[in-house]
Design a protein around this ligand. Structure first.
Ligand SMILES: [Zn+2]
Length: 275
């Protein structure tokens, strides 16, 4: 009498358990499923048959493990080959008979071994799949010196980077403008319009005349995003971030670093005095 057993198992268990009892294998989406019967046919005891089945199973496992895709790596900061370590999916139908499927892929960078999770949602009524990554692709890495910023500036600074990671454009620029405004108020006070504040910054020796123009451009981009519905490009966002970071570093970080460098640098030997 046939007895059907249905359960997932790995290759090692397959070889140990299946002596004299294997009848058929099915390759499922995620695992192997084994359907066995009571030993009856002589061929089922044949070691070559077992070996062949195990070889086929092993090849399928290896081919699944070796599946590689080009995906952005936050650690390598560029697109790299990623190995699909594990895939889990679920699917179903809605009451309106629309089909949906959710697939999670765990991907490992072949270069640095950083791991990222990808969620793909397919819906029959939507031609484009919704694909998201966790953590999301980082477009820009925060500088290490941010820990040296005053705590209030650091809080806004971190929020700007969170909005960059969320693939937004307007919010980082508005945040960058806020950072500039905070810096100006801390260094020269709340002295009217932004243009007047920039002039004060220049007069205080914090920025050069050339940099005032650059800052003016950054502030105007933030203003346009906040009040005129301007949708900046990725390049615009990066330019504004470059400008703001350079100023923050020059005002809050480099002076202390220069002082420490002076203290740790051995003084020049004095001139020899002639007798
Ligand atoms: Zn990597």
């Amino acid at each position: 009498m046939l007895r059907f057993l249905l359960f997932p198992f790995n290759l090692g268990r397959l070889c140990a358990r299946s002596r004299g009892s294997i009848f058929r294998f099915f390759l499922g989406m995620e695992r192997f499923y084994y359907v066995g019967v009571q030993p009856s046919a002589a061929c089922l005891h044949s070691p070559p048959t077992l070996r062949r089945l195990c070889t086929i199973a092993g090849m399928a496992e290896r081919s699944k493990g070796d599946s590689v895709e080009r995906v952005h790596c936050n650690n390598c900061r560029t697109g790299t080959d990623h190995r699909i370590v594990k895939t889990i999916s679920d699917s179903g139908e809605t009451e309106a008979e629309d089909y949906w499927r959710t697939t999670f892929d765990m991907l490992e960078c072949c270069g640095c071994h950083e791991v990222v999770l990808r969620r793909r949602f397919d819906f029959s009524a939507d031609p484009e799949p919704d694909i998201r990554y966790f953590p999301p692709p980082v477009s820009r890495h925060p500088p290490r010196w941010r820990y040296r910023l005053p705590s209030d500036l650091r809080t806004v600074f971190d929020e700007v980077y969170l909005s960059l990671d969320a693939n937004t454009r307007c919010l980082p620029i508005i945040g960058a403008r806020t950072l500039l405004d905070m810096l100006i108020v801390q260094k020269v006070g709340d002295v009217g319009s932004f243009k007047q504040k920039l002039k004060k910054l220049e007069a205080g020796g914090f920025v050069s005349a050339d940099n005032v123009e650059i800052l003016d451009a950054a502030l105007d981009a933030g203003n346009a995003a906040a009040h005129r519905g301007h949708a900046p490009s990725v390049s615009d966002v990066n330019t504004v971030m470059d400008i703001v970071e350079n100023l923050l570093q020059a005002v809050y970080v480099l002076p202390d670093m220069a002082q420490r460098l002076k203290k740790t640098t051995p003084p020049r030997p004095g001139k020899k005095t002639t007798p």
